[in-house]
Design a protein around this ligand. Structure first.
Ligand SMILES: Nc1ncnc2c1ncn2[C@@H]1O[C@H](COP(=O)(O)OP(=O)(O)OP(=O)(O)O)[C@@H](O)[C@H]1O
Ligand SMILES: *[C@@H]1O[C@H](CO)[C@@H](O)[C@H](O)[C@H]1NC(C)=O
Ligand SMILES: *[C@@H]1O[C@H](CO)[C@@H](O)[C@H](O)[C@H]1NC(C)=O
Ligand SMILES: *[C@@H]1O[C@H](CO)[C@@H](O)[C@H](O)[C@H]1NC(C)=O
Ligand SMILES: *[C@@H]1O[C@H](CO)[C@@H](O)[C@H](O)[C@H]1NC(C)=O
Length: 428
């Protein structure tokens, strides 16, 4: 066994030790004992594979949990509940614990009527998640800041994982954001899957891949629920053992010489990304010149013609085209129809809205350059002018505000106003 993080080693020892003790203390239902032992084996598998522990000084623990302010409920699922709080330095963090009233616990209690045994069974899930998060490091995975084991009441009973704080992924909300932001979400996901396919723990599959397993942090997608991850590929005798099944489709894979369905984890993740994310987020309001590339990505991932490498390459290509503005029509000097006032801004005012705007108060869109902005302005009946400031989106494109008037100019060194020559409100 490799060295483990001390906190985890201690908790695992307490936990595993207490499983052994169970038999002595009280009669446990045999089936519950079997479940506990299976989880114990599973956990020791991940513990021995877990990567290098971080320097302890950088990690947060029980002291930080005790001194949190602004405590609040965030959400819960079948097995875990998440709270948030603020550290002394103002940083927000998420706290994950076992959900005592959750349906996982209810199921266990109904089956076995053994609160303590069920609590231990549930604790296993969180320990597995903590162990996996230690071995997996990627911008697409919520960061584990530390853990707190409160064993004062009952050994191994209370584990709190301290995590990077995100906000729930709202698909409906995401569908209302500009394409560029949805593309970013899909690209983050593809980069994550690429990492998982060759992670330090092996090829990792996320068995539960629904959007609620992910959160958003500063516009980036991150997976937060990894207790349903597996790090080994299915064992097989022949190809018939390697069927990858989904509700509406199944794929026949091959059984490799090593007796494993090679690549099955990568393929499972990729098809799930296609069915839960790409189909909803990718094509919707995409620049029309990019649509053929996007439909190709969807077709290739939906049929698993592409592996994760090719999928990532295809995404990078779309990003390159988009950043370079190569998707734009070559139009002849639309800017000629505009007067250019460098060093000016327009007074903020209520104005027309467009969709999908970066602001819900105005028509704020990302542009490749002034030419594209002019084409956009020409296509909006209300548009009389636009302002290009210094703000940019994640791809480096400028943000432009489109306006129905051009009065109330104010000086601003970092901004330029473009006014339609035919503008009715051209007076200064
Ligand atoms: N780091 C985080 N920041 C903000 N919210 C989070 C974070 N982690 C989880 N959440 C929220 O808490 C909810 C429950 O967390 P989690 O998914 O880990 O629990 P679970 O019981 O395993 O859920 P499920 O039943 O969906 O598998 C999530 O749906 C998510 O909205
Ligand atoms: C997959 O294999 C099964 C037999 O194992 C066969 O019946 C089925 O037609 C195959 N499907 C495809 C798409 O090849
Ligand atoms: C991919 O394209 C082929 C050919 O047009 C089509 O038959 C197939 O159904 C498509 N697959 C998906 C997942 O869209
Ligand atoms: C994906 O790319 C990596 C290196 O970038 C390579 O090692 C790996 O073999 C590739 N996978 C496949 C399936 O081609
Ligand atoms: C303009 O940009 C410069 C450099 O980016 C910055 O230092 C300055 O504060 C900006 N001025 C205004 C008015 O925003």
């Amino acid at each position: 066994m490799q060295p483990l993080g001390t906190g985890l080693a201690l908790a695992a020892a307490l936990f595993l030790g207490s499983v052994a003790l169970l038999k002595l203390c009280s009669p446990r239902p045999a089936a519950l004992l079997r479940e506990l032992r299976a989880r114990q084996r599973d956990l020791s598998l991940y513990s021995s594979a877990a990567g290098s522990p971080e320097p302890l000084s950088a990690r947060l623990g029980c002291a930080e949990v005790a001194s949190l302010s602004g405590f609040g409920y965030v959400g819960s699922g079948f097995s875990k509940v998440v709270w948030k709080g603020r550290l002394a330095d103002g940083r927000g963090i998420a706290l994950k614990r076992i959900h005592r009233e959750g349906s996982d616990m209810r199921r266990c209690l109904q089956l076995y009527g053994d609160p303590e045994g069920c609590q231990r069974l549930a604790t296993y899930k969180l320990l597995k998640e903590v162990t996996l998060l230690k071995g997996l490091r990627h911008p697409g995975i919520v960061q584990l800041y530390g853990e707190c084991y409160d064993n004062s009441l009952d050994p191994g009973r209370r584990v709190t994982a301290l995590l990077e704080l995100g906000s729930p992924l709202e698909m409906i909300q995401l569908l209302q954001t500009p394409w560029e932001e949805r593309f970013k979400v899909c690209l983050s996901l593809v980069r994550l899957l690429r990492y998982l396919s060759r992670s330090p723990l092996g090829s990792v599959a996320l068995l539960d891949f629904q959007p609620r397993q992910f959160v958003m942090v500063d516009g980036d997608l991150k997976v937060t629920d990894v207790d349903d991850a597996i790090t080994e590929e299915l064992t097989c005798r022949d190809d018939a053992d390697c069927v990858l099944e989904f509700p509406t489709k199944s794929f026949n894979l091959t059984c490799a010489a090593a007796g494993r369905c090679e690549g099955i984890n990568e393929k499972r993740n990729l098809y799930n990304a296609y069915r839960y994310f790409f189909t909803y987020l990718l094509p919707h309001t995409a620049p029309s010149a990019l649509k053929p590339f996007l439909y190709d990505i969807m077709n290739a991932t939906g049929d698993l013609r592409y592996g994760i490498n090719e999928t990532l390459e295809a995404f990078e290509k779309v990003l390159y085209l988009y950043k370079a503005g190569l998707h734009l029509p070559k139009r002849s000097q639309p800017l000629k129809e505009y007067r250019i006032l460098k060093g000016f801004h327009l007074q903020e005012a209520q104005d027309y809205k467009c969709w999908p705007s970066y602001s819900h108060l105005s028509c704020l869109l990302s542009i490749h350059n002034e030419d594209e902005a002019a084409v956009i302005c020409n296509s909006h009946p209300q548009c009389e002018s636009f302002i290009v400031g210094e703000h940019r989106t994640w791809t480096g494109r400028h943000l432009a505000t489109f306006r129905s008037s051009s009065t109330d100019l104010i000086p601003d060194a970092n901004s330029t106003v473009y006014i339609k020559r035919s503008s009715a409100s051209r007076k200064r």
